[in-house]
Design a protein around this ligand. Sequence first.
Ligand SMILES: [Zn+2]
Length: 64
Amino acid sequence: MVLGLFKKHCPVCGQDVEKGKAVKRFGEYLCSEEHAEEYHKKLTKEESKDAGRGGRGGRGGCCG
Ligand SMILES: [Zn+2]
């Protein structure tokens, strides 16, 4: 294990994240608050997509 080595990439833009500036959200390090927000949006979007399928409350048309 190497201490002092910090190699992370922002999952939004892919650039190196500096330890001093890193924003940790949802177990990921992001380069800025802005991208933390962006990443959060991405996550919630995927979740809602997942909930949408098979969930009720959509526009009807159940039976085939
Ligand atoms: Zn970024």
